[in-house]
Design a protein around this ligand. Structure first.
Ligand SMILES: Nc1ncnc2c1ncn2[C@@H]1O[C@H](COP(=O)(O)OP(=O)(O)OP(=O)(O)O)[C@@H](O)[C@H]1O
Ligand SMILES: [Mg+2]
Length: 371
């Protein structure tokens, strides 16, 4: 069987500083296949950079194993790993031309001058900078400098490309442009890539799969669609996109579904998720206890008050017409605030502040999660 491009097995990193220990990364398991682009997403301090630094070899894990294409790399020196990195401060050599910057690694590796010329030119062509060889970094725009940094890494033909917030120094428009370019290039070359970003939309648009981290641990790994539409924890639901998280009391817990009490109303039935990171067999949901109902703003209908079972009585706190949609802030009978985005259609009634309404949650697009 072909080995995976990268495997992390129970990788942990503990830092000790001034007598204090920080569990920066805790028991991370991850398998990345050849040619995949995997983004790391999570709040500041959750261990994204530390994980990448261990893969690169700048930090040694406190525990666990890292293999690259089936070979144990856990304690291998940085320069023996065949890895390229582009970090936030990509720092080109200011006194060297574009050519010199891109050729640097190949020269250091002792390649023949003629080969170097060919490789540098083809790398610069790939990043769309064919005619800039003789310029210096201060004669390039931010985006062009970033592309030189990329060419400098690609030219080395790394097995694995690590990028830690590579676009965070660029303005919004250039970021959008560069993310598409990096993705296209990564696909074209079939390079396996780990990509750290703070930016959700960057993670969602670029990734084959997303790793969501929280406090040193992996909360969920999945395709952008899985992460958005099937979050396996309240943390992920809350962190990715906009989600309403409503605590409801369970009146009936079945294997696949829960029925819960609607504040000031009837009952609501929906799927119950049983995330794998919870110990199998332990009872996640019990009658009388609460569970979190997760629903995205676009999966809620706002209607005239009705006593129909399954609808949520609410009042309108605010409504804003934004052209294609009406954005509502609503309040349930127990005080929980809810956001809803209703597509606008001609002639539709827009409810106003203080009006009583009924909310209809699309049961196919919502699920219960353990609190
Ligand atoms: N060399 C170090 N010594 C001590 N603690 C460290 C060291 N490097 C990182 N840490 C701690 O480890 C934790 C994880 O840090 P890391 O840099 O991996 O986070 P991150 O997810 O990359 O955050 P950000 O999004 O802010 O870049 C943090 O609590 C950080 O303070
Ligand atoms: Mg970081």
């Amino acid at each position: 069987m072909k080995s995976s491009a990268l495997e992390l097995k129970q990788v942990s990193k503990t830092f000790t500083k001034d007598g204090q220990t920080v569990n920066a990364v805790q028991s991370v398991d991850l398998t990345v296949e050849q040619g995949e682009l995997v983004t790391f997403l999570g709040p500041s301090g959750c261990g994204k950079t530390t994980t990448l630094r261990m893969v690169a070899g700048f930090e040694l894990p406190t525990a666990g194993e890292i293999t690259i294409q089936g070979k144990d790399m856990t304690n291998m020196p940085v320069n023996k790993r065949g890895i390229g990195f582009v970090f936030q401060n990509y720092a080109l050599f200011p006194h060297m031309s574009v050519y010199g910057n891109v050729a640097y690694g190949l020269k250091a590796r002792g390649e023949r001058t003629r080969d170097i010329g060919e490789k540098v030119r083809s790398a610069l062509k790939l990043v769309g900078l064919a005619n800039t060889e003789n310029r210096y970094p201060n004669q390039l725009s931010g985006g062009e400098q970033q592309r030189v940094a990329l060419a400098r890494v690609i030219v080395m033909e790394p097995n694995l490309l690590l990028m830690d917030e590579p676009l965070s120094n660029l303005d919004a428009k250039l970021r959008l442009h560069m993310r598409t370019e990096i993705r296209a290039l990564q696909k074209k070359l079939g390079i396996t890539c780990l990509y750290v970003t703070h930016d959700q939309s960057e993670a969602l648009t670029m990734a084959d799969r997303i790793v969501v981290m929280n406090k040193g641990r992996v909360e969920q790994v999945g395709t952008p669609f899985e992460i958005y539409s099937n979050p396996q924890s309240v943390f992920v639901a809350d962190f990715i996109g906009q989600a309403n998280i409503v605590e409801l009391q369970i009146v009936l817990a079945e294997q696949e579904t829960l029925t819960a009490q609607i504040p000031g109303g009837g009952t609501f039935k929906a799927r119950a998720l049983r995330p794998d990171h919870h110990v199998q067999g332990s009872e996640l949901y019990r009658t009388g206890q609460s569970a979190a109902l997760v629903i995205r703003p676009e999966n809620i209908l706002v209607q005239d008050p009705s006593s129909e079972d399954g609808t949520f009585p609410a009042h309108v706190r605010s409504s804003i017409y934004v052209g294609s949609h009406v954005e509502y802030e609503l309040v349930l009978a127990n005080g929980t605030a809810i956001k809803a985005m209703v597509p606008f259609s001609r002639g539709m009634h827009i409810y106003e502040q203080q009006e009583q309404v009924s909310l209809l949650f699309d049961a196919t697009a919502t699920a219960f999660l353990p609190l």
